[in-house]
Design a protein around this ligand. Structure first.
Ligand SMILES: Cc1cc2nc3c(=O)[nH]c(=O)nc-3n(C[C@H](O)[C@H](O)[C@H](O)COP(=O)(O)O)c2cc1C
Length: 195
């Protein structure tokens, strides 16, 4: 089973999530590649594709939108999962879940209608103070907003394991330890990974 994990990342956090997903999928699936969307000319050689993009200005990165547009006829014939990486968990607490749910709905609207997703998730990424205009930072923190590495590796692992369970013939994958804290990155058994 050849699986592609493709990513569009401006500052690196989405790339690291994609590499982590690919590495985890590679534990149970034979052939997993991780590449930037810009490096991928065709997906016809894969049986499943996982595509991730950072969210900037409430939208997928342009390279990810282009990826879906140019490869839509091929993606329409495949099992496709998608994830976005934003800053929902940086918001004041009452808005976090609602923010992620709204994003999920809106971001699906960017996809060509012929591409039917098996699943779509919005994860939080890394949101640092210098990514917000200086005049808004103090107000943002006063109302409960926060900055930092907000990636929830346990949630990412759980979603990855759902994908692996669907792709692996013959049942769910072997239980794997749930990641906590730091991104463990690619291990020795990691997939062929693009940067
Ligand atoms: C210029 C800019 C615009 C952003 N716009 C949004 C946004 O509209 N919605 C959101 O949830 N996160 C937004 N973010 C937060 C990013 O999605 C978050 O930092 C993410 O981890 C970036 O992924 P990357 O490191 O792969 O580029 C924005 C970040 C930057 C720098």
């Amino acid at each position: 089973m050849a699986v592609l994990v493709a990513f569009a990342s401006e500052l690196g956090s989405t790339r690291e999530i994609a590499q982590h997903i690919a590495s985890r999928l590679a534990v149970v699936l034979l052939d997993v590649e991780c590449r930037s969307v810009e490096e991928v000319d065709s997906v016809s050689g894969y049986e499943a594709v996982v595509v991730g993009s950072a969210i900037h200005n409430q939208a997928w990165l342009p390279s990810a939108v282009l990826f879906f547009r140019r490869l839509a006829p091929e993606l329409a014939k495949q099992a496709v999962w998608a994830f976005n990486v934003g800053m929902a968990d940086a918001l004041p607490k009452p808005f976090r879940k609602r923010g992620a749910a709204l994003q999920q709905k809106r971001l699906r609207g960017f996809l060509p209608p012929e591409v039917q997703l098996q699943g779509h998730r919005v994860f939080s990424g890394v949101y640092q103070a210098d990514q917000m205009p200086a005049q808004l930072r103090v107000f943002f923190q006063l109302v409960g907003g926060r900055f930092g590495d907000l990636r929830n590796w346990a949630a990412i692992d759980a979603w990855t394991d759902q994908i692996a369970a669907q792709l692996k013939p013959g049942g769910p994958p072997k239980p794997m330890p749930t990641t906590s804290g730091e991104n463990p990155g690619l291990g020795r058994s990691g997939p062929r990974a693009g940067q």
